[in-house]
Design a binder for this molecule. Structure first.
Ligand SMILES: CC(C)(COP(=O)(O)OP(=O)(O)OC[C@H]1O[C@@H](n2cnc3c(N)ncnc32)[C@H](O)[C@@H]1OP(=O)(O)O)[C@@H](O)C(=O)NCCC(=O)NCCS
Length: 120
């Protein structure tokens, strides 16, 4: 899944395994017995959840798989209990999250900060 979407995680299988083992929730989507989608989260189990990765195989994108996975995650962490559900959207994926009812932090007068190896 990571390799098919050219994500660098695929080059670090040992670290990826740790990330999967420590996930609060990890779900796959299957079509005809084939895993075509994946999502994992990190959470304190009380207030906040970070949706770390959501990935659909390229041949299965735009068929509702990603929205099924995201809906399952959003439902798993109900807003009646949790304070916020957050994620960092890839440049070309923000339309997907807006479609799913999420808002960019700026809409609340907030700013999200990030420290990363990548240069802006
Ligand atoms: C982003 C991703 C998870 C979306 O999953 P998907 O299965 O393709 O999305 P869905 O088919 O469930 O689409 C749900 C809705 O969002 C829209 N949508 C999907 N991807 C979109 C995009 N990149 N930009 C704008 N809208 C998008 C769809 O048109 C659909 O709208 P509709 O219900 O009005 O038809 C998937 O395309 C993917 O794996 N991309 C590569 C990895 C990636 O960038 N992941 C996100 C990391 S932040």
């Amino acid at each position: 899944m990571y390799r098919a979407n050219h994500w660098s995680h695929a080059r670090h299988p040992d670290r990826l395994m740790i990330a999967l083992q420590r996930a609060d929730l990890a779900l796959v989507a299957e079509v005809d017995g084939e895993v075509v989608g994946f999502v994992r989260t990190m959470s304190d189990g009380a207030f906040a959840v970070y949706i770390a990765d959501i990935l659909v195989l390229p041949d299965h994108q735009r068929r509702g798989v990603g929205s099924d996975l995201l809906r399952a995650v959003l439902t798993h962490y109900p807003m009646s209990t949790y304070h916020h559900q957050v994620l960092i959207a890839e440049r070309d994926a923000d339309g997907f999250y807006r479609r799913m009812g999420l808002s960019a932090v700026g809409a609340f007068g907030l700013t999200a900060f990030i420290r990363t190896r990548d240069k802006p």
